[in-house]
Design a protein around this ligand. Structure first.
Ligand code: B4P
Length: 191
């Protein structure tokens, strides 16, 4: 089973992915987490990615696609994969489809979290105080929202056109309440 957890910055993708991974025994692949560990390692890729992320922009498609291409086969070896933060552009979606098709696989479901923008901004500013993430400044958050509307939202139509079930899930409320909605949505998608 190949699933995607999708949503704007701060919608709870990472939070919910950890719960979905446990409940459905899927391997969680977060491009944001992978990039942050590259940044922490101080590698040349990490240095380039760190500058881009801190400004709130998306890192180049080629870099992200290479990262996923290296990790996907190992993740696919298990019961299934949950992609978090990828694909974020139409080109990334096309590259993912091609990678999966090579293995005779396809995306089985997309869970799209919906949260109003003022609440997203509040959550990220709150996280800035707790975790001090470089991209949780007001300026970077504005840019991340802009990139989401400009480039990322189109990924949903990409999968709708292919007939992949895209389930819109209300991302407001306590994390456990949101997870309950996701559990039901995945149940419907995998029937
Ligand atoms: P990500 O790591 O994916 O960051 P994100 O969109 O902010 O989501 P995240 O998962 O961290 O936060 P969550 O919503 O769970 O990406 C970071 C950057 O990496 C991108 O901006 C980009 O530069 C780069 N990048 C990553 N993937 C890329 C790709 N494919 N292509 C190009 N560039 C890429 O949670 C946010 C906060 O809300 C947390 O503090 C959480 O505790 C809180 N929260 C969660 N659920 C809540 C709830 N129900 N109620 C209240 N608060 C909640």
């Amino acid at each position: 089973m190949i699933g995607i957890i999708f949503g704007p910055p701060g919608s709870g993708k990472g939070t919910q992915a950890a719960k979905i991974e446990k409940e459905f025994d899927l391997k969680h692949l977060s491009t944001g987490d992978i990039l942050r560990s590259e940044v922490a390692s101080g590698s040349p890729t990490g240095k380039e990615a760190g500058r881009i992320m801190a400004a709130g922009d998306l890192v180049p498609d080629e870099l992200i696609v290479d990262i996923v291409r290296m990790r996907l086969p190992e993740a696919e070896a298990g019961r299934g994969v949950l992609l978090d933060g990828f694909p974020r552009t139409e080109r990334q979606a096309q590259a993912l489809d091609a990678m999966l098709a090579d293995e005779g696989h396809r995306v089985d479901f997309v869970i799209a979290l919906e949260v109003p923008e003022p609440e997203l901004v509040d959550r990220l500013l709150h996280r800035a105080k707790v975790e001090g993430r470089a991209d949780d400044t007001r300026k970077a958050i504005t840019e991340r929202m802009h990139e989401y509307h400009k480039l990322t939202e189109a990924v949903l139509d990409h999968y709708r056109r292919q007939g992949v079930p895209v389930q819109l899930v209300d991302g407001r409320g306590a994390p456990d309440e949101v997870f309950e909605r996701i559990r039901q949505a995945i149940g419907i998608s995998s029937r």
